[in-house]
Design a protein around this ligand. Sequence first.
Ligand SMILES: NC(=O)c1ccc[n+]([C@@H]2O[C@H](COP(=O)([O-])OP(=O)(O)OC[C@H]3O[C@@H](n4cnc5c(N)ncnc54)[C@H](O)[C@@H]3O)[C@@H](O)[C@H]2O)c1
Length: 439
Amino acid sequence: MPSIPRRSFLEKTGALAAGAATFHIASGLRAQSPNEKFTVGIIGPGGMGSNHLRGLARLSEVNIAAVCDVDSNRLGIAVKNVELAGKPAPRAENDLRRVLDDKSIDVVFIATPDHWHTPAALLAIDAGKHVYVEKPASHNIREGRLLIEAARRNKRVVQVGTQSRSAPHLRAGMEKLAGGAIGDVLTTKVWNSQLRSNIGHAQSEPPPATLDFDLWLGPAPAVPYRSSLLHAKWRWFYAFGAGDMGNDGVHDIDIGVWGLLGDKPRHPSRIAALGGKYFFDDDQEFPDTQNVLFEYDLGGGKKKQLIYEQRLWSPYVQEGHENGDAYYGTSGYMVLGKAKSWQIFGKKNAPGEEMKGTIDLDAHHQNFFDCIRTGARPNADIEIHHYSACLCHLGNIATRLGRTLNFDPAAEKFIGDDEANKLVGREYRKGHWAVPKGV
Ligand SMILES: NC(=O)c1ccc[n+]([C@@H]2O[C@H](COP(=O)([O-])OP(=O)(O)OC[C@H]3O[C@@H](n4cnc5c(N)ncnc54)[C@H](O)[C@@H]3O)[C@@H](O)[C@H]2O)c1
């Protein structure tokens, strides 16, 4: 059994006077029995976190013991929403360490901005919690590896918020591809084609009184508050997000690589990219226009490609789907839009089998809880997700540097490129309590 930290986070990180903290001893590492209830903490009940909260509040097997947000307005709404769903009011906290210190909580949902995902998830896993963390689970390549190690070290279930992995029509579509329905899938094209908003230009100003901006920044380097950073807009900044490639793109990239490589995900070895801000004149740092090409070396001279296209200024859909995937095989192709359908076309474009369906967040939650009970790996296990999230990180690095990069999949480092290797990790706020160990 792995060792579990016995001193509380608040005590260890000096935020409470000695003796005032609760001591955390994690619950056992056994699988739960089918009738056991889950005591859950929700960290970051903002946009997506509220969706989780509503879904969890409907489950009789779930007791929402705590909600945690650094914005007191959002925290108040979260408490109210749990009560409106007919459940007892949860404890309201603004410091996630208090949730992790609660030994009655065995599961946490993390739906904070991306820069908090890995730091919060590592602390939670090491405290013995099972973790559902939103996508992309990592802010960078190094963090993703640390998460896998922590999950395996502590034998915790870590499900990532790529809920398409639990959609029956997509699982059926992937089985078709794996079964050879379009021959050998050599290339997959993923597109993210939609119309985003201009976030404007904002000046530094004092943060709203309802927001603990220092806690929001957490282990990221301190910057002054400005309204174009939050809420939700942080995803367009290098220090906090992963652009739309890691935001909406990661869902379709995840399904794209699933169909291309099946259940044996791996890293590509070459990445070429071009992109930039061709449309928006605002504070966003990530590109609104981006084309990335990944080449996989499968050994024995066998190669495959994944192509990612992003146009955030498109008031129209592509191939019938706003975002989607096209799998090109040696005897046919499949067009897939995750929220709608997939269809196969054969030789000379002859229409073949199709299947409709939608994505069901509840099914993904259920898969997570089932795996805690059985000890099985969840549908969007942290290791599967790592290879999809890294496509976003690799694509963003190649786009930022504007050159073809050679990547060593085993070492998770670029070959002969110091500048690119600096972007395998990130800068943290010196001495902050949430900076992951080993970065
Ligand atoms: N799976 C999906 O389909 C899906 C859809 C949308 C968003 N997301 C993901 O959900 C996450 C949140 O996105 P969003 O659009 O809801 O962002 P948001 O900015 O609206 O919400 C984030 C919330 O986290 C809170 N927060 C920040 N730091 C915190 C901390 N240290 N402790 C507690 N709370 C903290 C913020 O105050 C805010 O309420 C992102 O990772 C995003 O990628 C997933």
